[in-house]
Design a protein around this ligand. Structure first.
Ligand SMILES: N[C@@H](CCC[C@H](N)C(=O)O)C(=O)O
Length: 305
């Protein structure tokens, strides 16, 4: 069957990933593409398209209404990460995608980003500053919130989640960064492996905007050089995608939930182990930072015939 790449047919794209959360990057500096959900889903299809967890349009902030709103807050945000999930839906933010986006801007010469320097980019969640540190990128992910408020943070949950493959419903804690997440703790790695993320979980109450789901197993804390560092293993079911091998905003949500469950004295720095690798999350007050790799894998041209 002929792929329905629509306005993307014949376009040159680049693929890349952050801890194996993979993306197709579409250069459209002047915002000329009328990109619809069907084209995004066709390109992200792993059998009939290029295959990716999401599509990122590389566009100047001034070319989009959402970008103009970001520029009003942060005039330095020349470039906007227009992120779409694999099913074509929009998301507020993508923590792995924004590192890959910054790497793409640097490698393609669209920004000057030497080691130690930073760039601010626009996202639907607001401007984000990304700093290159050797081979890693650190993103200021902005302000996190727990929609259940201080009571949910203190009690450790505000939603009940039934996950296929796991026995009985589980308590979950909602975290917004600023896309919606629900984090559920599991007792061990056997339970983590048993979860069947190809089947839809159920939530009570049902999250109105949908949710990403992180299943986590806290693995303890180490004291290194005077800083306590926690470790947590995570699997993720992404809204608009399915199970992925990593989710940057999800790792922030996971670290924030496990830190809340740990109470006073819990670490502010967390190693989050995901199927696709490892990232580091640091919390300070109401803000959170994400550090991890970014890789570009191929340049491809979509056929239009
Ligand atoms: N993989 C991303 C998150 C992408 C958006 C998410 N699926 C949603 O709909 O909120 C990440 O690395 O943060």
């Amino acid at each position: 069957m002929t792929p329905t790449f629509g306005v993307l047919a014949g376009r040159a794209l680049t693929t890349g990933h952050g801890t194996e959360n993979d993306f197709v990057l579409v250069p459209d500096p002047d915002g000329e593409l009328a990109l619809g959900a069907a084209e995004v889903a066709a390109v992200c299809d792993r059998h009939a398209g290029v295959g990716a967890d999401g599509l990122i349009r590389v566009v100047r902030s001034r070319a989009l209404p959402e970008g103009a709103a970001v520029l009003a807050e942060e005039p330095a945000a020349e470039w906007f990460m227009d992120y779409r999930n694999a099913d074509g839906s929009l998301a507020e933010m993508c923590g792995n995608g924004v590192r890959v986006f910054a790497h793409y801007l640097r490698v393609s010469g669209l920004v000057d980003l030497p080691d130690g320097a930073s760039v601010v980019v626009g996202t639907r969640g607001g401007p984000r500053r990304i700093t290159l540190e050797g081979e890693l990128y650190t993103v200021d992910m902005g302000v996190w919130t727990m929609p259940g408020g201080p009571q949910a943070e203190a009690e450790g949950y505000d939603v009940v989640v039934d996950v296929p493959g796991l026995e009985g419903p589980r308590a979950g804690l909602r975290v917004t960064v600023p896309n919606p997440h629900t984090v559920v703790a599991l007792p061990d790695e056997a339970s983590l492996a048993a979860a069947q993320l190809t089947l839809p979980p159920t939530y009570d109450p049902v999250p109105p905007e949908g949710t990403n789901l992180e299943l986590v197993v806290p693995l303890g804390e180490d004291d290194g050089a005077g800083t306590s560092v926690g470790t947590v293993r995570m699997r993720v079911l992404e809204r608009g995608v399915g199970e992925t091998r990593s989710c940057g905003t999800g790792t922030c949500a996971a670290a924030l939930a496990v830190r809340a469950w740990g109470g006073a004295g819990a670490p502010d720095v967390w190693r989050v182990l995901v199927p696709g690798g490892e990232v580091t999350v640091r919390v300070a007050g109401d803000r959170v930072w994400l550090t991890g790799p970014a890789v570009l894998t191929a340049d491809v041209v979509l056929r239009g015939d």
